[in-house]
Design a protein around this ligand. Structure first.
Ligand code: ADP
Ligand code: MG
Length: 254
């Protein structure tokens, strides 16, 4: 079981789109996949076609010890499992203060189900909070989606420092798997410049796959279907399918 956190403390950079579409693409390739929604907004849950308002048990219950994995997870239509989230999760942060080893709650919950999955993807919230910390402590690696814009690199150093601290103090396994260029506009000169800069700085930590800006990916969530199934032939869907292949390749060398 390979566990990856999809993280970037900035909002709107494509974390959830990446989490949902990578999960669907991996499942389509026959990989047993679990998507963990760690954002109280529940966008990954809704984007997987699961109604966040109708949950009996969610990842919140799992984290605070009110439910086990088998009660909380749901198999979605795209054939991957989801540990869903909704606003309940916003309270978890406060409630977890009382708990021992509170940053390890997700890790421990997943450990009992290591045999169930090939891939676990964790969609982190846009913050470096206790929830994100749970994601980083549970993960073997971090996938960082980013837009190739001028300020993208600025926020990156905070995230890289956090990952270093977690690696040093809490999770020896943690490493950056790669930076994924998303919402790429091939007509923008700046995008190409930032993209080249990323490759220069981070070398093979930059994924080969580039996800273009593609309206079909943005439309899909309103139908509760991952983009890779909503319009399989669209450029965005094709990119996430290619990214899934790249990830399958990557884990073979890990
Ligand atoms: P985050 O989870 O980091 O906040 P999202 O995945 O929710 O980011 O993406 C933010 C917005 O951008 C959403 O409206 C989403 O549909 C849109 N979006 C994400 N990736 C793409 C893309 N490749 N092309 C077009 N729109 C995208
Ligand atoms: Mg999100």
């Amino acid at each position: 079981m390979h566990i990856f956190a999809i993280a970037n403390q900035k909002g709107g950079v494509g974390k959830t789109t990446t989490a949902v579409n990578l999960a669907a693409a991996l499942a389509a390739k026959g990989q047993r996949t679990l998507l963990v929604d760690l954002d109280p907004q529940g966008n990954a849950t809704m984007g997987s076609g699961i109604d966040k308002r109708a949950l009996e048990k969610s990842v919140y219950h799992l984290l605070v010890g009110l439910a086990g994995m088998t009660e909380a997870r749901i198999t979605c239509e795209a054939k991957y499992d989801v540990l869903p989230a909704n606003r309940d999760l916003a309270g978890a942060e406060v409630e977890m203060v009382e708990l021992e080893r509170r940053e390890m709650r997700l890790k421990e919950a997943l450990a009992a189900h290591a045999a169930d999955y090939d891939f676990v993807l964790i969609d982190c919230p846009p913050s470096l909070s206790m929830l994100t910390l749970n994601g980083l402590c549970a993960a073997h690696g971090v996938i960082i989606p980013m837009q190739c814009e001028y300020y993208a690199l600025e926020g990156l150093s905070d995230l890289v420092n956090t990952i270093k601290k977690v690696h040093a103090n809490l999770n020896r396994d943690l490493k950056i798997i790669g930076l994924l260029r998303v919402m790429f506009d091939s007509r923008a000169t700046l995008g190409h410049q930032v993209s080249a800069e990323l490759e220069q700085h981070f070398g093979d930590k930059v994924f080969r796959t580039i996800v273009p800006r593609n309206v079909r990916l943005a439309e899909a969530p309103s139908y509760g279907i991952p983009g890779v199934l909503y319009d399989k032939s669209a450029k965005g869907a094709q990119a996430y399918l290619a990214f899934a292949s790249e990830m399958v390749e990557r884990v073979q060398t890990m």
